[in-house]
Every structure is written in C-alpha cells, then in structure tokens.
Design a protein around this ligand. Structure first.
Ligand code: HEC
Length: 203
C-alpha cells in the first residue's frame, strides 16, 4: 500500500457525494430526498461501521457493568480485533480502527492515507464540524488496482474516559501498562476525536 495515488476526478465526485449524503435535508421541501445522489459504497461502509460500533460498544458496556474497567480491558483487547475480522470475512471489506495516538500500535497504526485523513479530521473539527458525522470517502490507486476507502471519525464519549482519559484509576492504568507498554491513547477529553473506523474495498 505504498503508492496511494489519488484519482482526482473520482475522488472529488465521491467527496462531494458524501458531503451531500451527510447534509441534512433542507427544511424547505424543494429537494425531494430521492434526488440526493447516494453512493452505494458509502452506504455500505456506513452500515459496516454501524455494526462494528454497535457490537463493540454493547460488549464494552456489558463488560464494564459486569467486572469494571480492568476486566473490560481484556474484552477490548480480544473483541475489537475479533469483531473487525468477523466483519471483514463477512463483507469482503478490510475493516479496522486507527488513530493518531494508538494503544495497539501493531494493529492500529495509520498508513499514509489514514494519517492524512485523521489530520484533516482534526482540522475539520477545529473549523467547527461535528465529529459525530465526520467521514471521508475516496477512490485510490493501490498496487493491486483501484480501491474504495472510507473513514469515519470516532468521538470520545464519557464512557471512554475510564481508559482513554487523563485521570485513569491507578488499577486501570496499571493493567493498561501491562498490556500496552507503549500506550499513547490517554489524555483524551470528551468530544475529542479518539480515532476512526477505516474500511477498504477493492474495486
Ligand atoms: C475498559 C477500557 C476501555 C474503554 C472504556 C474504552 N477503550 Fe478504547 N481501547 C481499549 C483497549 C484495551 C484498546 C486496544 C484494543 C486492541 O488491542 O486492539 C482500545 C483501543 C481503542 C481504539 C483503537 C485505536 C488504538 O488506540 O489502538 C479506539 C478507536 C478506541 N479504543 C476508542 C474507544 C472509544 C470511542 C471508547 C468509548 C466509547 C473506548 N475506546 C472505551 C480500552 C478501552
């Protein structure tokens, strides 16, 4: 994945398509919903992201309620990559999470395209854009042909602070140190961009 050359025309189209899809319908009924161009790849990617987020958050919440955050660390460690792998198998998309400040550097380190998009997400947030709906879609050229890439920002919610915040309980911090000696994913505040879901589909 060294040479990700941007296909300018296609990418501009997709970016615009996504922006339109993300824009709430105008209150004046001038533009019927049917006329909004829908990109099937974007819709599919969004569905996969939703399935990933819903399942992981459900399991995380259940684990915290059952055994507290220390026990839930194990769930995150085992289940996040497992759910990603299950969805990849099921859908044919490569599904992962990534971040500018990783906890699991081995799995989640961004490649050049992801790094660029994550940096742009920070700029878009600084310019006032809502992190909840922030996303990016682009067709790129890879060594094996064209691929559709999609990223969706992951906002930091209150529940995340127990393991990604700046005042982490010492027991939780010790467990994190043990599993992730090079953990960079702490010090976040609610509303920050924790990272992103990142999906690739060969075209
Ligand atoms: C119980 C502790 C815990 C909580 C609570 C938690 N996380 Fe994590 N998070 C982890 C662990 C552990 C990993 C590393 C998982 C792995 O090894 O794949 C991780 C990794 C991540 C990653 C992948 C990028 C990276 O840093 O490697 C993202 C994104 C992420 N968490 C977002 C969140 C969000 C958003 C929330 C709140 C909804 C949250 N986490 C809540 C423990 C937690």
């Amino acid at each position: 994945m060294k040479t990700l050359v941007r296909l300018a025309a296609a990418s501009a189209f997709l970016t615009v398509g996504l922006a339109i899809a993300e824009t709430p319908a105008p209150s004046v009924a001038a533009t019927p919903a049917a006329k909004v161009p829908v990109n099937p790849n974007v819709e599919e990617a969004k569905g996969i992201v939703k399935a990933f987020a819903t399942q992981l958050q459900g399991e995380l919440k259940a684990a915290i309620e059952e055994g507290g955050p220390v026990k839930a660390i194990g769930v995150c460690k085992e289940r996040a990559p497992a759910i990603a792998a299950e969805l990849s198998d099921k859908t044919g998309w490569q599904v992962k999470r990534t971040s500018l400040k990783t906890r699991n550097a081995e799995l989640d380190t961004p490649d050049a395209w992801e790094q660029q998009v994550l940096t742009a997400f920070e700029q878009r947030k600084a310019a006032g854009e809502d992190v909840q709906t922030m996303a990016k879609a682009e067709v790129v050229e890879t060594e094996t042909g064209k691929a559709f890439r999609f990223m969706k920002a992951i906002p930091t919610g209150e529940v995340c602070l127990a393991c990604h915040g700046s005042e982490i309980n010492p027991k939780v911090a010790a467990a994190l140190d043990e599993h992730y000696p090079n953990d960079q994913a702490r010090g976040y505040r609610q509303g920050d961009i924790r990272g992103a879901f990142s999906l690739i589909k060969p075209l």
